[in-house]
Design a protein around this ligand. Structure first.
Ligand code: HEC
Length: 104
């Protein structure tokens, strides 16, 4: 009897851990979505641009992150991106890049 309760506890702990892990991921994605809303005015809904501004949906997270960091440092000259991206932390840039890379 004692052992089976202990087993149950371990099982519950593992289940809780898995659940938490998954909410963590979902939370990261939804934070990324919220942060990316500010990009959509220019780059189109979900980053799919209908016009002259480049589409940013579905590019790799690494590409997006590097592009944003280069705009921020001024290494790549820009009209708006350099100024826009200065408002985000490294962590936010990572979340935005990951979210946009998952859009089609
Ligand atoms: C006010 C309009 C505007 C907003 C808002 C904006 N962008 Fe841009 N973005 C541009 C323009 C214009 C360019 C072309 C470079 C330049 O002149 O700044 C560009 C270029 C880029 C590029 C380079 C694309 C490539 O393939 O080389 C990336 C990546 C990018 N933007 C990501 C973002 C992200 C992520 C956000 C939101 C955090 C965002 N942009 C918000 C206008 C905007």
């Amino acid at each position: 009897m004692r052992t089976s309760i202990r087993h149950l506890n371990v099982t519950l702990l593992i289940a809780a851990g898995l659940l938490l892990g998954q909410t963590g991921q979902a939370e990261e994605l939804s934070r990324g979505a919220m942060l990316s809303a500010s990009c959509e005015g220019c780059h189109g809904t979900y980053g799919r641009s209908p016009g002259a501004i480049p589409s940013i949906a579905g590019k790799s997270a690494k590409y997006l992150r590097q592009a944003l960091e280069r705009f921020r440092s001024g290494e790549v000259p820009s009209t708006v991106m350099g100024r826009h991206v200065k408002g985000y932390t490294e962590e936010e840039i990572r979340l935005i890049s990951e979210y946009l890379s998952k859009q089609k």
